[in-house]
Write a protein that binds this ligand. Structure first.
Ligand code: DAH
Length: 353
């Protein structure tokens, strides 16, 4: 019995981990363990022998059991110590820098414009970028062979030989969305349509794809005065300061009368500053919607009238944020994007008084 005791206490002390210790437990006091088997011998002993051996076996069994428990606790403490040592973490180290994207100036200005016009009760409308020539031209009172078609450097979609459907174009302006919105919603109507437009043109201030925002308000007694107020309100909110505007009589096929709008600016060292000085910069076209355009939109021009305007989003982004070259907008140059981009949560600093 002393041998048995010494053997198992030794094995317990030597067990290197909890799995080894479990093997020792099974070998000693498991169902078929050596100590258990020895206890089973008790049945075959004489009562005298049993009185001697019983308590000693029980005591040995208890001693082995508590040695197992103690060793198990020691092993798991050691394991925890080791983990704490290995998984040690220096919380004072600087954090890992993750590359973070920026909001493109066009997206930023798009959001800013939308917020300002939303404050004035305009909702956002959209239309397709591939447009039929009817929506892009005819419905806007630009009939076939009208010079405006040639001036717009239109991209025409290729047609298979023998396909004689009227042509589709990449829309040259956002004005066709006026027609789509009128046909869909009727009057009264107050919408802006920001979106991509396309023209075959490329230099410092022109790219083949650029962005415009169209405005349209139709009601029973909308006037040029409403147009002027809305635009002045818009520019003041957008540039965050009083900006003088100048309306110049002009001509667009889809408006009558038509006006081009200039904003006040100053040129210093080749840099333009809006809202200062006494130079003027043309920023948009506008006017009272032509009766033929209302008709094409399914609206009765004897009952309703409206104003419309269209301006370049990229152009306004360049002016507001001092970005010199339009072409860089679409080069996807990361250094440019980091320099001119905005943080995701930059709230547009705009407010309509
Ligand atoms: N569609 C014109 C362009 O792209 C801009 C424009 C001028 C839009 C006058 C209008 C408007 O709605 O009334 O050059």
């Amino acid at each position: 019995m002393d041998d048995l005791r010494a053997k198992y206490l030794g094995l317990i002390a030597d067990a290197a981990d909890e799995a080894a210790l479990e093997d020792v437990r099974l070998a000693a006091i498991g169902k078929k363990g050596e100590v258990s088997l020895a206890m089973r011998q008790l049945g075959r002993m004489t009562p005298e022998e049993r009185q001697q051996a019983g308590p000693r076996l029980n005591a040995m069994r208890d001693e082995i059991a508590s040695a197992l428990t103690a060793r198990k606790a020691a092993l798991s403490d050691a394991a925890l110590e080791a983990r704490l040592r290995d998984e040690w973490l220096d919380v004072t180290l600087p954090g890992r820098q993750r590359p973070r994207g920026t909001v493109h100036p066009v997206s930023q200005v798009w959001e800013e414009m939308t917020a300002i016009f939303a404050d004035m009760g305009f909702s956002v409308a959209e239309g397709p970028q591939i447009e039929s020539d009817w929506y892009n031209f005819d419905a806007l009172n630009i009939p076939d062979h009208h010079p405006a078609r040639g001036e717009m450097d239109t991209f025409y979609m290729a047609r298979d030989a023998g396909d004689n459907r009227p042509p589709h174009v990449l829309r040259t302006h956002t004005s066709p969305v006026q027609i789509r919105s009128m046909r869909e919603h009727g009057a009264p109507l107050r919408i802006i349509c920001p979106g991509r437009v396309y023209r075959a043109d490329y230099d410092q201030t022109h790219t083949p794809m650029f962005h415009q925002v169209e405005g349209l308000a139709v009601d029973r007694d909308i006037s040029m005065a409403n147009l002027k107020w809305v635009l002045e309100e818009f520019f003041t909110a957008f540039f965050g300061r009083e900006v003088k505007t100048r309306f110049r009589a002009s001509h667009f096929p889809f408006t009558e009368p038509s006006a081009e709008v200039d904003i006040q600016c100053a040129w210093t060292d080749g840099q333009v500053r809006v809202g200062e000085g006494d130079d003027w910069l043309e920023v948009l076209g506008s006017g009272m919607v032509h009766p033929k355009v209302l008709e094409a939109g399914g609206i009765d021009p004897t009952q309703w009238q409206g104003f419309a305007f269209g301006m370049g989003i990229d152009r306004l982004a360049m002016l507001k944020y001092g970005i010199p070259d339009l072409r860089a907008f679409f080069d996807a140059d990361l250094r440019w994007l980091r320099h001119y981009g905005f943080a995701a949560l930059d709230v547009p600093a705009v407010h309509v008084g």
